[in-house]
Design a protein around this ligand. Structure first.
Ligand code: UD1
Ligand code: CA
Length: 464
């Protein structure tokens, strides 16, 4: 939008969160709350974004250090009006419209904000110096109430703590987002007083200042109450998460993903899932995750900061972190991929297999009870049940290399650094400490001894 500047209010302590983390850094669907208004303003192409910060300023700044935002420090939090006063210094000379958003209202949509901005420009109506968003709540407690005159025009906003008993009954509340002409803002912000129950400079008092000057204040109403939900405590945080997740899940379903039970499926903002993939209940897809088409992610799986190719299956209760998984792969059930793996196409990783910082080449299988760490494994390698790469000597970590087509018999240990050559065989129960040349067999086994009748004789002795 042309000539649009924005102020995001995010300096408050968030006392009601009872947290050492600044409120706007609390997470909603995997992103800090403040991410959402910033993202929205970027989508609207706001020319300038000013964030007013204060409580935990350094933490907030470093969380958003890559964004093109002007941070303004409000050292003392004297109210939302004071916060805007502080921000205006960074807007000197600006003449367009100023959008003011709250850092603690993450569910607001682009549609609503666009409507808020456009509302003002409608022809045939007196241009409002300010427009705001309101909604109707069954329980308006805690919100500023919208007072209208006999013609229905908004005349002022009264904060909960300043409400008369009658005003407390008003169900229409202030959503805390505004679109104000810069000229009006510059002229009036200093006129705000703090003669109120909280002794704060209230931004919503601008409404009264406008109407006293005979200016028109516009309002868009009946916005979905969930959208304008402000987060002040952890109950509201949980509600916001619930609603955001529902929205995210609906988006995926509309885009062709089957989600068996969206109420218990936890998908972070920004996760990508391909067409015709199926997500079972209690799956967590966290952070930067992308899943290709035709995948199946079974119940209880957690995937974090990883990518999964096409037509792959992650079976129940597996965990995948910071790994790259190819096409037609099967993982799990109950497998664990710790960070740093590259799992190529057609690999099978079965139950109770842990893989860390390793590459598994095409068609390789590790189907049961295995630890693979710091390893480079070629194509079509068969890793038998109970194989362990001993990558750590108590001080350093070492690499295991297994070349294409090698066969590792069950219950073997590969003591790194060690290499098993192309096509070589490791006999079951072998402890490999030296490199194995290609196409050879290695076996370390005490000779098998059978003593006939031994057990019977022992039992007889015991009876005596
Ligand atoms: C505010 C509105 C209320 C509205 C509600 C909607 C005021 C006085 N009241 O109340 O009418 O119904 O939002 O959610 O504006 N902040 C600062 N500096 C300050 C004080 C606050 O940056 O000195 C920031 C906070 O970090 C927060 C936002 O402003 O992101 C709103 O402040 P908050 O204290 O949450 O206001 P509410 O009581 O929710
Ligand atoms: Ca609030």
């Amino acid at each position: 939008m042309k000539n649009l500047a924005a102020i995001i209010l995010a300096a408050g302590k968030g006392t009601r969160m009872k947290s050492s983390l600044p409120k706007v850094l609390h997470s909603v669907a995997g992103k800090p709350m403040l991410f959402y208004p910033i993202e929205l303003l970027k989508q609207l192409k706001a020319g300038r974004i000013i964030a007013v910060i204060g409580h935990g300023a350094d933490q907030v700044k470093s969380a958003f250090k890559d964004e093109k935002i002007t941070f303004v420090n409000q050292t003392e939090q004297l109210g939302t009006g004071h916060a805007v006063m502080t921000a205006l210094k960074a807007l000197g000379g600006f003449t367009g419209g100023v959008l003011i958003l709250s850092g603690d209202v993450p569910l607001i949509t682009k549609e609503t904000i666009t409507a808020l901005v456009k509302h003002n420009d409608r022809k045939g109506r007196k241009k409002a110096v300010m427009s705001l968003v309101t909604t109707i709540l069954d329980d308006p407690k805690g919100y500023g109430r919208i007072v209208r005159d006999e013609h229905g025009a908004v005349v002022r906003i009264v904060e909960e703590k300043d409400c008369s008993l009658l005003q407390k009954k008003i169900n229409e509340v202030n959503a805390g987002m505004y679109y104000v002409s810069a000229k009006f803002l510059f002229e009036n912000i200093k006129k705000l007083g703090k003669e109120n129950a909280q002794g704060e400079y209230y931004l919503p008092d601008l409404v009264q200042l406008a109407t006293h000057q005979g200016e028109h204040v516009a309002a868009i109403t009946h916005v979905d109450p969930n959208e304008v939900m402000g987060i002040n405590n952890r109950v509201e945080l949980a509600n916001a998460n619930l609603y955001m997740r529902r929205r995210i899940n609906q988006g995926h379903m509309m885009d062709g993903v089957t989600i068996i039970n969206p109420d218990v499926t936890y998908i972070d903002y920004g996760v990508k899932i391909g067409l015709d993939s199926t997500i079972y209940p209690n799956v967590h897809l966290l952070g930067n995750v992308s899943i290709g088409p035709d995948c199946t992610i079974e119940e209880g799986v957690r995937i974090q900061d990883s990518s999964i190719g096409n037509n792959s299956t992650v079976k129940s209760y597996s965990i995948i972190e910071s790994s790259k998984v190819g096409n037609d792969v099967t993982i799990g059930p109950v497998a664990r991929l710790r960070p740093g793996n590259l799992i190529k196409d057609n690999v099978r990783i079965g139950n109770f297999v842990e893989v860390k910082k390793s590459t598994l080449g095409k068609g390789t299988k590790a189907n049961h009870l295995t630890y693979i760490g710091d390893s480079v494994i070629g194509e079509n390698v068969n890793i038998g049940a109970g194989t362990i790469t001993c990558n750590y000597d108590g001080v350093n970590k070492y690499q295991t290399t297994i070349e294409d087509g090698a066969f590792i018999g069950s219950d073997s240990q590969l003591v790194a650094p060690v290499k098993v050559g192309k096509g070589a065989y490791v006999g079951s129960g072998t402890t490999v400490t030296k490199d194995v040349p290609p196409d050879s067999l290695v076996i370390t086994r005490a000779p098998e001894k059978v003593i006939e009748g031994w057990a019977k004789r022992r039992k007889k002795k015991a009876k005596k």
